[in-house]
Design a protein around this ligand. Structure first.
Ligand SMILES: NC(=O)c1ccc[n+]([C@@H]2O[C@H](COP(=O)([O-])OP(=O)(O)OC[C@H]3O[C@@H](n4cnc5c(N)ncnc54)[C@H](O)[C@@H]3O)[C@@H](O)[C@H]2O)c1
Length: 254
C-alpha cells in the first residue's frame, strides 16, 4: 500500500527500535522522510535500507530533545529542506527504571523534557506548516500512562501528560484540518524494554506480558507500532483525531 505517497514526514527517535521500524514502514508507503535523532546516533544502515524501498534517500537531521532551541530549529530546518511538512511522528523518548525516592529533581526534569516538553515544542512549531498542508501529528505515549508503571513515575507522568496534550490540540486545531493522535505501545521488544530492572524489583511489575497467541515472549514487535503510525498518518484515519491507540496485545487487561 502507498498511502503516504509524496508526503513529507518528520520522524524523531528515528534510529531507535520503534523509530527505525516506523521510518521503514512509512518509506514503504511512499513517504519522503526527514529522520531526526541525536548527533551520536548512527544512521548509515537505516538510510541504505530506506533508499532500497524506492522512496528516495531520507535526509538526516541532528537535534537534542533536551534543548528547546534545537527542537525549534529542527522543524524550521526540515521545512527549509523540503519546502513543506505533512506529518510529524514524535517517537524520541527516554526511560529510567528507578525507585521514586531515588528520582532527583534533575532526573525528573530530564525525563519530562525528553518525553513531554520536547514533544510539545516540536508539535507547536509544526502546526502552522501542518495547517498549510492539511497534515497531522502522531505522538508516542505508553501503556504506562494509562496503567501507571512501578519504578517509572517520571516517565509514566510525562507520557500521561502527552495524552492530555494530544486531546487538547486535537480539539483546538480540528477546524484547521490538523489531526492530532497518540499511540500507547505496551511492552515492545526493543533496547528500551531491555534496560535491566532495579535490584530487588519485582519483574512482573516492570514488564507486562501479553498472552496473545503467537507472541512467545509476550512482547510486541516494533513493526506492530509502525503499522499504527502508518494508519494514523494516512487518509484511512481522516476522521480520527484526539484518539489514543493502544497497541499492547491486551497486556493492559491481563
Ligand atoms: N519499547 C517499549 O516497550 C515502549 C513501550 C511504550 C512506549 N515506548 C515509547 O516508544 C518510543 C520509542 O521507544 P523505543 O523502544 O524505540 O526506544 P529506543 O531507546 O530504541 O529509542 C528512543 C529514541 O529516542 C532518542 N532519544 C533519546 N534521547 C534523546 C534526545 N535527548 N534527543 C533526541 N533523541 C533522543 C534515541 O536516540 C532513540 O532513537 C519512546 O517514546 C518510548 O517511550 C516504548
Amino acid at each position: 500500500m502507498k498511502r503516504l505517497e509524496g508526503k513529507v514526514i518528520l520522524v524523531t527517535g528515528a534510529t531507535g527500535s520503534i523509530g527505525r521500524a516506523t521510518a521503514i514502514r512509512l518509506a514503504q508507503e511512499g513517504a519522503k522522510l526527514a529522520l531526526a535523532d541525536r548527533a551520536s546516533s548512527s544512521t548509515d544502515e537505516l538510510v541504505t535500507e530506506i533508499a532500497q524501498t524506492g522512496a528516495g534517500t531520507p535526509e538526516i537531521f541532528h537535534y537534542d530533545a533536551l534543548d528547546a532551541v534545537s527542537c525549534r530549529a529542527l522543524v524550521a530546518d526540515v521545512v527549509q529542506a523540503y519546502g513543506r511538512l505533512d506529518g510529524l511522528c514524535n517517537i524520541a523518548g527516554a526511560y529510567a527504571k528507578t525507585s521514586a525516592t531515588d528520582v532527583g529533581d534533575d532526573d525528573w526534569n530530564t525525563l519530562l523534557q525528553i518525553n513531554l516538553n520536547s514533544t510539545f515544542t516540536l508539535t507547536r512549531e509544526a502546526i502552522p506548516h501542518l495547517q498549510k498542508s492539511g497534515g497531522n501529528v502522531v505522538s508516542t505515549s505508553s501503556l504506562a500512562a494509562l496503567n501507571g508503571l512501578a519504578y517509572a513515575t517520571a516517565y509514566a507522568s510525562a507520557k500521561a501528560a502527552l495524552i492530555a496534550m494530544t486531546k487538547s490540540l486535537a480539539a483546538e486545531y480540528a477546524s484547521c484540518g490538523v489531526r492530532v493522535n497518540v499511540i500507547c505501545p505496551g511492552g515492545i521488544r526493543s533496547e528500551m524494554s531491555a534496560i535491566p530492572p532495579v535490584p530487588g524489583a519485582d519483574p512482573e511489575l516492570i514488564m507486562r506480558r501479553s498472552k496473545l497467541k503467537g507472541f512467545a515472549d509476550g512482547l510486541g514487535d516494533p513493526k506492530d507500532i509502525a503499522a499504527g503510525f502508518a494508519y494514523l498518518l494516512s487518509d484511512d484515519a481522516r476522521f480520527v483525531s484526539g484518539a489514543v491507540l493502544v497497541i499492547d496485545g491486551a497486556q493492559g487487561l491481563i
